[in-house]
Design a protein around this ligand. Structure first.
Ligand code: GUN
Length: 291
């Protein structure tokens, strides 16, 4: 079994981007600039957003974190988005999800200028992704594709079973894996809460992407020998022996899968860091298009 090391790979990508940023600055250009909006006080979301800000600092991007009270109105959030859409010195921004429940998520995401939508969540960018036109790909699925590419995992003609159909991961990764690209060209089965006989399907899979949010859901008896396993889950479980007060669990029972898988992503240190690297790649792409 080999580890698909997202931490190392994302560091490689960050180093590559940092070299490009240094070149830009040497020529007298301004640095690429990414902003993030965080509404409310969710601890996990704050951790994720802070990691994104820290990554920007490390590679020489400018970054702005906009923290808003969970009690602001939808109109106030839309005004904030409008300001970012019209800021000529901003290359891209994200709205960290989930939003507090009183927001209409679709309405908010639709308000983002598609040219600054480095999360790739705007319907026009989702449409371009489906049609295989150049666009910002959503960060987590893009990170998974990049990881498969850099580890030269064969996906063409393979059976890929995706567990979970979220707009952020499950649905877009199923589209990317089926596209006529490399990586891609897989035969994809998208499974979800109404799927019958999930185990029958996962037992046939050459590649499994689990994005469910249920700790240690995928167990050893559900997979065949040699499977490639991509674990997108990250669940916090209270653990007083940890300094943070919690332990992180993926959607995969790592010890059981490690015995059977040919490749597997760890949690933490797998897909998570690749999501951040993709966001930085999209922001650099936006910067280049805008300049
Ligand atoms: N919440 C969980 N994953 C993501 C992501 O990729 N982008 C944003 N904005 N929020 C998220």
């Amino acid at each position: 079994m080999k580890i698909l090391d997202g931490k190392k790979t994302s560091n490689d990508i960050k180093n590559e981007i940092a070299i490009e940023v240094a070149e830009i600055l040497k020529k007298g250009g301004r640095p690429p600039h990414l902003a993030a909006i965080l509404v409310g006080e969710d601890g996990a979301s704050l951790t994720y957003v802070n990691s994104k800000v820290k990554a920007c600092q490390r590679i020489g991007f400018e970054s702005t974190l906009i923290r808003l009270s969970k009690d602001i109105s939808e109109d106030e959030l839309l005004e904030e988005i409008d300001k970012l859409n019209n800021d000529p010195d901003l290359d891209g921004f994200i709205i960290q999800l989930p939003l507090p429940s009183h927001f209409n998520e679709n309405k908010i995401l639709n308000a983002v200028d598609p040219n600054k939508d480095v999360d790739g969540f705007h319907p026009s960018n989702v449409g371009k992704m489906v049609l295989n036109q150049p666009t910002f790909l959503p960060a987590t699925p893009m990170g998974i594709m990049e990881l498969l590419k850099r580890y030269q995992i064969e996906t063409s003609g393979k059976h890929c079973v995706v567990i979970g159909r979220s707009h952020i991961v499950g649905s877009p990764i199923s589209i990317l894996m089926a596209r006529n690209t490399n990586p891609g060209n897989a035969t994809v089965t998208l499974t979800h809460s109404r799927t019958k006989n999930l185990k029958e399907l996962t037992l046939q899979a050459d590649i499994i992407v689990v994005a469910l949010g249920k700790a240690e859901f995928l167990t050893g008896d559900m997979v065949k020998e040699g499977v490639v396993v991509i674990d997108v889950g990250i669940t916090r479980v209270a653990d007083q022996s940890k300094k943070s007060g919690f332990k992180l669990y993926g959607d995969v029972h790592f010890d059981e899968l490690a015995e059977k898988a040919s490749y597997i992503t760890p949690v933490p240190g797998g897909v998570g860091p690749m999501t951040i690297a993709s966001l930085l790649m999209n922001t650099l792409q936006s910067y280049k298009t805008r300049n």
